[in-house]
Ligand binder design. Sequence first.
Ligand code: CTP
Length: 410
Amino acid sequence: MGGPGKFLKENFSGNITVLKGKSILLGITGSVAAYKSIELIKRLREEEASVRVIMTGASKRFITPLSIELAAGDRVYSDMFETPLSHISLPADSDLFVIAPATANIIGKYANGIADDLLSTALLAYNGTVIIAPAMNWRMYENRAFQKGLNYLSSIGVKTVGPEQGNLACGEEGVGRMADVERIMESIITALTKQDLAGEQVLVTAGPTREYIDPIRYLSNRSSGKMGCALAKIAGRRGAEVTLICGPLSVAPPDNIDNVITVETADSMYAAVMENLPMSSIFIMSAAVADFMPVETKESKIEKKDKLQLNLVKTRDILESVGRLKNKPFTVGFAAETGYRPDRARKKLLGKDIDMIVFNDVSQKDAGFDTDTNEVVIIDRDREKKLPLMSKKDVSMAIFDRILELKDNR
Ligand code: CTP
């Protein structure tokens, strides 16, 4: 084990993207949403996955194989008899099978074990994870015979993403639109991510709080909530049940988590944390809670004058209160400092009696407030691990890696 301040590089999985080098088999079926497959292929290739595509005859009426070939950088497969045994070799060499868009026809055939073209035959020959992104008219989607097939597929482990509510190609409105490409990407990433947080209940706080001076004005800080949202998102990807308690965020909360609770003040964040803590096995306090609040909040707007003196008092320290509890979850805090002061962070770790603290120097460019990246030192009772500048998602990966190393040896 390294001593405090040592630069440890080992066992760092933070910057490994799960899609890199993976082989995705994509089936495209005959829906107007087929054009979105081009964007999906591009996104997969951006993440360094390779994509091989099987198109059904009907899908070619919506999008040309040439467009798909250009996006995939590879030929398209379609005809059962053109390349003999492709229905066996394509699935055999794939890490994941995705059908997007998936029509009622392919879903019904798959649920009933029907194999009458290359895609349906390849599906039956595949024994890995399958993700389907249904797309159809809402009447077809709600049809009981169709739903029976869909439920059967989910009972045997097939994952479904979408469909979403919205305007449908037929001019009607309802549930049937193919899920957004980013949602499909998220379920692909989750399917290929080791579920090493399965069984954990992770409680994360994010964003700033607002302490009201009067009904219109408040004290707050520059926190965007990006770090807390990244932590919640990664915990969800790794299989945890996640509750996010957030102050007013400048970003949308992740859509792959179970529960989002919005609060405004330090007091309401305190109450929400205490309510949810007993159900949690890991607690991460990444919110930038205001340290001070006005002694009183005026009920009506304070009129303009030359000088205004505010009387402030300390807010309750949420992390410290959790630290004092006897039966607390594995508890992680953040220490935002101006300047390279891991020593101050360590003091907070010991003073608040928690298991881990993540130090970051918010005076650094590209680290801290409202950035997509962060440069942190993960500090626990045994060691300090300084990480290079990396995305907040990768920082989150590294934090959970370390939590898992420590959690069961507490
Ligand atoms: N924190 C908290 N409740 C507060 C203030 C801070 O739970 N009222 C938490 C933060 O979410 C963070 C940790 O305490 O996880 C450290 O916060 P930080 O602002 O770095 O330190 P403070 O303890 O507030 O001390 P100082 O402001 O003097 O650095």
